[in-house]
Design a protein around this ligand. Sequence first.
Ligand code: NAP
Length: 315
Amino acid sequence: MSEQVVIIGSGPAGHTAAIYTARANLQPVLFEGFSVGGIPGGQLMTTTDVENYPGFPQGVQGPVLMEAFRAQSVRFGTRLLNEDVTHVELASRPFQVASAQHQLKTNSLIIATGATAKRLELPSENRLWNRGISACAVCDGALPIFRGKELVVVGGGDSAAEESTYLTKFAAKVYLIHRRDQLRASRIMQQRVLHNPKIGVLWNTVVEDVVGEELVRGVRLRDVKTNQIRELPCGGLFYAIGFTPNTALFKGQLELDAAGYLVTQPGSTHTSVPGVFACGDVQDKRYRQAITAAGSGCMAAMDCERWLTEQDRVV
Ligand code: NAP
């Protein structure tokens, strides 16, 4: 027997798609993966205060917000499978979606697998991960290990600008390390960085490795113009070098753009395969907000329901 709709992903996009499809009696099955996107619930699970999600005038903690999303989709009958999807087959219908323990057939598929923060893959990175290295200043910057320390942020985009500015609330000094001599960040964000007396920008510089035994004690830097190596003492290293969309499962089966994001038809959530819809950060490199992800999850559910109804009409 085929499911009506399977949803892959458990962030705001996936759960909103589940709430809408469940209320439309489509009995959705939602895969809450954990190894690719981090932990079930997506990027909000590693976010502290969410202050821009409408409806929460005092702000809300990311994990609290996601638990509410999840409870709401369960309340309307969404079946949750706490497993990573390992394979999809989209060449013919019904589509097939496989995990270690399940092999489902489905008439439609909603993809909400999100995006993952990029890492530098430094030699000592795994050893010191969460011991002074983080990919989210906003999530971790207020931790005691970083307070009053000199901190390093890597990147030159809006995230790097935003995160280094944010870290000045807690740090003694922030070094922004950028591999070129010009920031990619928008002008207003650049100005905030360049005019902040607590931020020093190290241009044309890359991080070769992170130094420390139990905790980060410094970074080894290389000047890309002179190849000179030097060590900069610091108490924390934050990555802000962009995101990778979680689309490995769909390569060769769905159209991806040059950066690997799923391509959707403008103004809709239809992908290159009829009956497969995409929502949230996996198809959005521009807005990447919880509210836009949730909005596009609603769109995917409505596109999906309409498409399934049209298929019935054709049969
Ligand atoms: P991004 O714009 O792709 O910038 C990534 C930065 O990391 C670039 O400066 C890049 O250097 C650098 N980088 C990438 N790989 C690297 C590596 N291996 N080693 C060293 N440096 C590396 O990513 P983002 O800053 O996360 O922004 C993504 C999107 O979200 C953008 O559209 C941005 O405008 C938006 N955003 C907006 C806001 C806001 O408006 N408040 C905040 C955050 C993000 P190069 O410049 O040399 O390529």
